[in-house]
Design a protein around this ligand. Sequence first.
Ligand SMILES: Nc1ncnc2c1ncn2[C@@H]1O[C@H](COP(=O)(O)OP(=O)(O)O)[C@@H](O)[C@H]1O
Ligand SMILES: [Mg+2]
Length: 458
Amino acid sequence: MSVPHISTGSLRLRFLLAVMLWVVLGVAGIWFTANRVFEKHIELMYHEELEVHVRELARLTELDNDGRPQLQRPLSDPRYEEPLSGFYWQVTVPGQPTLRSDSMTRGQLDESVAHSPGIAHAVEAGPTGPAITYGLLERGPAGQTIHIVIATDQSELDEDIASFTGELAVWLAVLALLLLATGLAIISFGLSPLNRLGQAIARLRTAQAQRLEGRYPSEIAPLVTDLNEYIRQNSEIVARSRVQAGNLAHSLRTPLAILTDEAEGIMQNAQSAASGRVLLDQVEKMRQQIDYQLARVRSAAGASGPGSRSMLPEVAIPVINAMRRLHPEKQFVLTGPDAPIVVAADPVNLAELLSILLDNAGKWAAQMVQLEVSRPAADRVRIEISDDGPGMSEDQIAKACEIGTRFDHTKPGSGLGLAMARDICGDIGTQLVLRPGAEGLIASAELPAGDTSAQPGG
Ligand SMILES: Nc1ncnc2c1ncn2[C@@H]1O[C@H](COP(=O)(O)OP(=O)(O)O)[C@@H](O)[C@H]1O
Ligand SMILES: [Mg+2]
């Protein structure tokens, strides 16, 4: 049986505490009642036995011609002959020497307990400590009083009880351990659907599944069904919104093209050239916004959602290869860790981010573009893209991520790349950092490291 993992505030802890309380109460109850019952029982047996012995002693006792007490034969229990065995008897006739058992090599018994023909008992001092003493009074042929006394050490009874209690304690400890072990097994068995649910949620989060899979007990099955329905509705809403955003953007393109034409026409006229210019600028801004939103919609549609994992440098390799074809006269160098790193980012998003930054570096580099993957801390992975081009001034860097911003119109572009790169970094939960390098520009981002145990996608 595997001991289940326990953390504070967990269901397991609650069940475990309940089981422990239950076992402790149960075992304590058994201990108490068993001891009481046994003690009563053994005491009763003891007293019955002593009564039998005192009667036997009375029967065997006779007085000889001189009135001295003597036994017809020894008592049937041999312990009365063994010295200081804890089992003693004594017969006293006033004026005669006292007759004692062979076991009584010293001491004497108090005959006062033998004061009536009926059997009486008391705890008195005996030769070897406190003794349970039984006695009865008989009359001899000439009317003499004969005190007949039997005594057994109290410790005999106590030892019997103690040995029982000791044995009972061992058995009850074994029972308690067994009950606890079965309790743990039951908890583990009972909560295993929750473990499976946890794994199903992990698969969902790492995009290995589209819904919570598996069969669950009736208590949590409705919850799982509801969650699945919620997930389905949610992704439907997201998908529908994407389509609507795309449709909206597309539907605006034709009117914008017409507006552009009109604006250019207005610019032909020398008197209204300035207004034409303003119109054209505004139309261009609208077009950029639309292109940007369309690009975002497209890349978001490919991404598998939050919680997904990707591997570095694996994800970067096809991007670098594409860049080498796109900018054949530039050199792309990848430096990275010896072992692959898992990043808590969607592979589609990560590839897009890398291709935007590598494409910019490729466009403006003199010769060299470098992508460096490093791990500054156990929970962070850093990607850094540097080139040896003209770079950007601090002012330019401050504005570079705005939609449509372009500083160098000699190279082709839309001015959307860095805006998208910044948004993708936001989606991943990090920030895009641009800074001037020794030469050229350095773009970097620190991504959260993924859980290496999770199955990476990418
Ligand atoms: N690595 C770079 N070196 C120099 N300038 C750059 C670099 N990356 C981006 N820029 C500047 O920032 C502007 C915005 O970049 P971006 O948003 O990717 O748009 P685009 O690449 O379409 O022009 C570019 O037009 C360019 O002037
Ligand atoms: Mg660009």
